[in-house]
Write a protein that binds this ligand. Structure first.
Ligand code: NAI
Ligand code: MG
Length: 352
C-alpha cells in the first residue's frame, strides 16, 4: 500500500509533536510494509501569515486535493495573529471545503493517567463522540441591526439539512455496529430548541429503523453533559450536532485526563477529499520551546489516519505502544513525569 500524506506542523508545539508522530509512523510503516510519501507544508501557520498576509497560498486546495490524508499539528499564535483569523484561514477551510463532515473523537481512560473523576479506572471509559462538522449551528447566516443602540438586534441562524443530518447519523450507527456494545446515544435538546431538535430526533428514529441491532437513547444536551462526568461508563457512541458535538468532544477527553492525549479525525468518509487528522489541543504558547509537550495526541491522531486508510494492524500496534508507555513511562510533565517530548516519542516508537 502506498499513500500521499501532506504534513502540516503549523505553529507552536505543533512543530514539536509532529516529528514524534513521523517517528512512530516510520516504524509502523516499515513493520507493516506501508509506503508513506510525505509532502511537508510550511503554510497554514502564523509564520506564513506574517510573511504573506494570509494563512495559506491561493492554490492551497489544488496543492492538497491529490493527497490521501493530511496530518495537522496546530494553528494559532495569538501574539501575532488573532485566533479567528488563523483558525478560519486554515483548519475551518479544510473542514468545509474538503467536506470533512465527521469529526470523530475517541474518549478512553488509560492506565497510568490520573483521572479527574473519582473512582474510575482504565477500561471504565471507552467511547466515541461523533460530531457533525459542516453545518448546524455554525453558519454565517444572520446579522446585526440598530448596532450600538438600545434596540440592537442580533440574529444567527442554524441550518440542518436532511442530507447533512442523515449522513452523520448513518456514520454513527455504523460505528456503533462495529463495536461490542452496539449502543448509540443521540444528543438532542428537543424540549428547548423546538423546531430543529425535534426534527433531528425524527431523523435519528428514521435511521434507527435501518439498524435494528443498535439500541439508541436520546438525551438532552444538559443532562448528557452531566452524565459524561457522573456516569461516563454508560456511553459507547455519541452523535451530536456541530455545537453540541464541539462541547462534548472537549468535555469527553477532559474527563479522561490531560488534553495532551486527545486525538481527532476530520473525515470525508467517502474519500472524495482528503481527511485530516490532528490533536485536539492547540499550539500551547505557554509551553512551546521547552520540549515538554505530550506527543501522544499527535501520535494517536497519526494512528487514526492509518486506521482510516485501512492499515488497521499498524493502528493497533501504535495504540498498544501508546498504552504501554502511558502505563509504564516515560511520561511528560502534564502526566506527572519528567520526560521530554522526544523521550516519550522515542519510547513509543521503540515499542511499535
Ligand atoms: P491549547 O490547547 O494550545 O493549550 C491549552 C492548555 O493545555 C495550555 O496550558 C497548554 O500548555 C496545555 N497543552 C496543550 N497541549 C498540550 C500537550 N500536548 N502537552 C501538554 N500540555 C498541553 O489551547 P489555547 O491555549 O486555548 O490556544 C493556543 C493557540 O492554539 C490559540 O492560537 C488557539 O486558537 C490555537 N488552537 C488551535 C487548535 C487547532 O489547531 N486545532 C485547537 C485549539 C487551539
Ligand atoms: Mg473545540
Amino acid at each position: 500500500q502506498s499513500f500521499n500524506i501532506a504534513v502540516i506542523a503549523g505553529d507552536g508545539i505543533g512543530k514539536e509533536v509532529m516529528p514524534e508522530a513521523l517517528r512512530a509512523l516510520q516504524v509502523a510503516a516499515e513493520r507493516f510494509n506501508i509506503n508513506l510519501n510525505y509532502t511537508p507544508i510550511e503554510w497554514a501557520s502564523c509564520d506564513y501569515y506574517q510573511q504573506h498576509g494570509q494563512m495559506m497560498p491561493d492554490d492551497w486546495k489544488a496543492q492538497l486535493s491529490g493527497m490521501d490524508a493530511i496530518l495537522f499539528g496546530a494553528a494559532g499564535w495569538p501574539e501575532t495573529v488573532p485566533d479567528h483569523i488563523s483558525l478560519w484561514g486554515s483548519l475551518l477551510k479544510f473542514r468545509r471545503e474538503f467536506d470533512q463532515y465527521i469529526n470523530l473523537r475517541p474518549v478512553r481512560l488509560f492506565e497510568g493517567v490520573p483521572c479527574p473523576l473519582a473512582g474510575r479506572k482504565a477500561g471504565d471509559i471507552d467511547f466515541y463522540v461523533v460530531r457533525e462538522n459542516t453545518e448546524g449551528e455554525y453558519t454565517n447566516l444572520g446579522g446585526r441591526i440598530f448596532e450600538g443602540t438600545e434596540r440592537e438586534v442580533v440574529i444567527q441562524e442554524s441550518v440542518f439539512t436532511r442530507y447533512g443530518t442523515d449522513r452523520v447519523l448513518k456514520y454513527a450507527f455504523e460505528l456503533a455496529q462495529s463495536r461490542a456494545r452496539n449502543h448509540l446515544t443521540v444528543a438532542t435538546k428537543s424540549n428547548g430548541i423546538a423546531i430543529s431538535m425535534p426534527w433531528w430526533d425524527e431523523r435519528a428514529d428514521a435511521m434507527a429503523a435501518h439498524y435494528p441491532d443498535i439500541s439508541i437513547d436520546k438525551q438532552h444536551i444538559d443532562i448528557l453533559s452531566a452524565r459524561f462526568v457522573l456516569q461516563p461508563d454508560r456511553f459507547d457512541v455519541v452523535v451530536a450536532s456541530n455545537l453540541f458535538g464541539d462541547i462534548l468532544s472537549d468535555l469527553g477527553p477532559a474527563c479522561t485526563g490531560t488534553i495532551g492525549l486527545a486525538p481527532s479525525a476530520n473525515l470525508n468518509p467517502e474519500g472524495l477529499f482528503p481527511s485530516l487528522f490532528e490533536p485536539v489541543h492547540g499550539s500551547a504558547p505557554d509551553i512551546y520551546g521547552q520540549n515538554i509537550a505530550n506527543p501522544v495526541a499527535m501520535i494517536w491522531s497519526a494512528a487514526l489516519m492509518l486506521n482510516f486508510l485501512g492499515c488497521t494492524e499498524a493502528h493497533d500496534a501504535m495504540l498498544n505502544a501508546i498504552e504501554t508507555v502511558l502505563a509504564k513511562g516515560p511520561r511528560t510533565p502534564d502526566l506527572g513525569g519528567t520526560a521530554s517530548t522526544t523521550e516519550m516519542g522515542e519510547a513509543i516508537a521503540a515499542l511499535i
